[in-house]
Design a binder for this molecule. Structure first.
Ligand code: NAP
Length: 228
């Protein structure tokens, strides 16, 4: 395999929305799901988000439980997985929480046309990987990540990055928690935005499990590939 094992984990409303039309983080799941996600983070080598999520929510993407961080340390790993932002134009703010909070490596994935001054500033805070001319080339990035030792990559959204990863055929498994709210609205991000597939291109999944959690349901899917 020349890429990591890649899974997407997202919380969405019963109608498949990742957040509201205000495009800001919204609480969809409860404590039990929060712990499940923290455990997934603790197991991963790296966590990836799109620049849209950094600009909207400013997540730190750290492992929250001190016990889980201590376990990672005891295993000879850093307290937090490598945190990766997919950011073609190097727009990640230098005071973003991923830089301020928690120990561990950061990677900003930019395109070859990202302004060199911004890239230089980010290089003081993170490793910068350049792929693609105008936009980050996700398959090439995945290969680079594998080369530097990332075996398991957790993608935490948002809607556009999920689509990018899925449409590039890079995703092995998908975990969605569907919570007991309706968000609605065509401007609200869905699990996978972007252009969308035609009927001939649909991605086929295999259901691995369906588990009620609190007042929602956790669905685990394996991605099988193009339906036809
Ligand atoms: P996003 O998916 O986080 O980031 C998308 C950006 O990534 C693109 O606009 C693009 O910006 C960059 N990118 C670079 N190369 C790409 C490629 N090859 N394919 C796809 N994207 C690429 O942003 P979003 O769609 O606006 O989603 C953010 C929303 O999702 C927020 O409302 C946030 O709250 C929500 N969210 C929810 C969850 C959840 O689990 N419920 C999780 C995360 C986020 P450049 O062209 O500038 O590089």
């Amino acid at each position: 395999m020349d890429k990591p094992f890649i899974f997407i984990n997202s919380a969405m409303s019963a109608d498949g929305k990742l957040s509201t039309k205000e495009r800001k983080q919204v609480r969809i799941s409860g404590k039990q799901d929060f712990e499940r996600v923290d455990e997934l983070r603790a197991q991963a080598d790296a966590i990836m988000v799109g620049i849209g999520t950094v600009l909207a929510d400013d997540p730190s993407l750290t492992v929250k439980s001190p016990e889980r961080r201590a376990t990672r340390k005891a295993e000879g790993r850093e307290e937090n997985p490598v945190r990766i932002v997919v950011d073609s134009s190097a727009r990640t703010p230098l005071d973003a929480d991923i830089f301020k909070k928690g120990e561990g490596k950061r990677i900003i994935a930019v395109s070859k046309s990202a302004p060199s001054e911004k890239v230089g500033d980010l290089e003081k805070k993170a490793r910068v990987i350049k792929t693609g001319e105008e936009r980050v080339d996700l398959p090439e990035l995945a290969r680079e990540l594998k080369k530097i030792g990332i075996g398991t990559l957790m993608v935490e959204g948002g809607a556009t990055l999920n689509w990018g990863m899925l449409s590039a055929g890079l995703v092995d498994e998908i975990y969605t928690f569907a919570g007991n709210v309706i968000i609605g609205g065509k401007a609200a991000p869905t699990f996978a935005d972007g252009e969308g597939f035609t009927e001939a291109e649909l991605l086929k999944l295999e259901l691995l499990s369906a588990e009620p959690i609190e007042e929602g349901i956790l669905l685990k899917w394996k991605v099988k590939g193009k339906r036809n």
